[in-house]
Design a protein around this ligand. Structure first.
Ligand code: PMP
Length: 365
């Protein structure tokens, strides 16, 4: 007995952790900093950490089946109906729910290249296909309606990422609106705002709800996560905000108890901790400005908590950086050779990363 033909499926390449890299290099973990997975350098919100400790006593029970408290808090935060909030096991889980809800076998999704790998992976798991639109590095990975629409060929889901991973470019709401207008009625435009807190652009929730001069619509969904600005990547909590018209679809597609009791309690505590998010965003903004100014490499403008830098042989540069104790992401796995992505760290981490990258590049020139 064998699994089905998985030859079209590519394994997700998660960033390697400090322990793993240190073990491989035979070094002490304390010698490393990890700026490879866009994690929060300030850790979780302290309130969320307390909530996780408090949740320990009740984990022998299943979570509340509808996670009402957190759903209500998220709905409040966005001023939408609780039925529009689809809590999931991370943003990745929310992507899966959208695949389940939308795709029939053989239907396609349209994704950015370079781009976040899980959109395509999820479509394939659900027996769908994947087509790409290309974001041009020479145009700063600009996300224009033309770029997307010229590649569009009736796909059922079009993914937009704002800020875009790995470049940090964003898309204006007027451009999202045009894409939604010019794609078929049964195409869903998903705006992935996993890094939304770090950006200056408005959330596409305004499009769903018909705010700020836009007409309300039923063909846009928004993805958000607690992994980045809230510092809760390890608990796995994210959500989709879907059109109000989709009334009972969530109950039919969600995995029972996928958002755990611990995750939901942590999320509930974190969502009110504005101070932690503000501090995190301020750190990211000054870190990315510092990297753009001081790295001796082409660095694209970024509105995320990371920057993309052109460094030539990125695989070797990333390895040499590791030798110097700085773990970054080689972007080959995003379909983007020649670049590394560096997560915004604390001031000290950022300075150390810049110094290491500049030293490696100087040694190679
Ligand atoms: N979207 C984008 C663009 C991402 O970069 C990530 C995480 N790397 C996610 C979604 C999903 O994150 P999570 O599952 O941790 O919420």
């Amino acid at each position: 007995m064998q699994p089905r033909d998985l030859s079209d499926h590519v394994a997700y390449e998660a960033g390697r952790g400090i322990e793993e890299v240190a073990r491989e290099l035979g070094r002490d973990p304390s010698e490393f900093i990890k700026l490879a997975s866009n994690e929060n350098p300030h850790g979780p919100s302290p309130a969320a950490a307390d909530a996780i400790r408090e949740a320990a006593g009740s984990v022998s029970s299943y979570p509340k089946s509808t996670h009402t408290d957190l759903t209500d808090a998220v709905a409040d935060r966005w001023a939408v109906d609780p039925a529009q909030v689809w809590l999931a096991n991370g943003g990745d889980g929310a992507i899966d729910y959208l695949s389940r809800a939308i795709l029939e076998p053989g239907e396609d999704v349209l994704v950015p290249s370079p781009g976040f790998a899980y959109y395509g992976m999820s479509a394939r798991f659900h027996h769908g296909g994947v087509r790409e639109y290309v974001l041009d590095r020479e145009a700063d990975f600009a996300q224009t309606p033309e770029t997307v629409l010229s590649a569009y060929d009736g796909e059922r889901i079009v993914y937009l990422t704002s800020p875009h991973n790995p470049s940090g470019s964003t898309i204006e709401l007027a451009a999202v609106e045009r894409i939604a207008d010019e794609t078929d009625e049964d195409t869903l435009v998903v705006v992935d705002e996993a890094y939304g807190e770090f950006a200056d652009v408005d959330s596409a929730v305004a499009l769903l709800e018909g705010r700020d001069g836009f007409d309300a619509r039923d063909d846009v969904a928004v993805l958000r996560t607690f992994s980045k600005a809230y510092g809760l990547a390890g608990v796995r909590l994210g959500y989709a905000i879907v059109p109000a018209e989709w009334a009972d679809a969530y109950a039919r597609v969600n995995t029972p108890f996928a958002a755990s009791e611990i995750a939901c309690r942590a999320g509930l505590a974190a969502i009110d901790d504005d101070e932690h998010v503000e501090r995190t965003v301020a750190t990211a903004r000054s870190s990315r400005a510092y990297m753009r100014e001081h790295l001796d490499a082409r660095v694209w403008p970024s509105e995320g908590n990371f920057v993309l830098a052109a460094v030539g042989d990125a695989t070797t540069v990333a390895e040499e950086l590791q030798q110097r104790g700085v773990i970054v992401r080689d972007c080959s796995s995003f379909g983007l050779p020649g670049c590394i992505r560096i997560t915004c760290g604390t001031e000290a981490e950022t300075e150390r990363a810049v110094e290491a990258v500049n030293a490696v590049l100087a040694g190679r020139s």
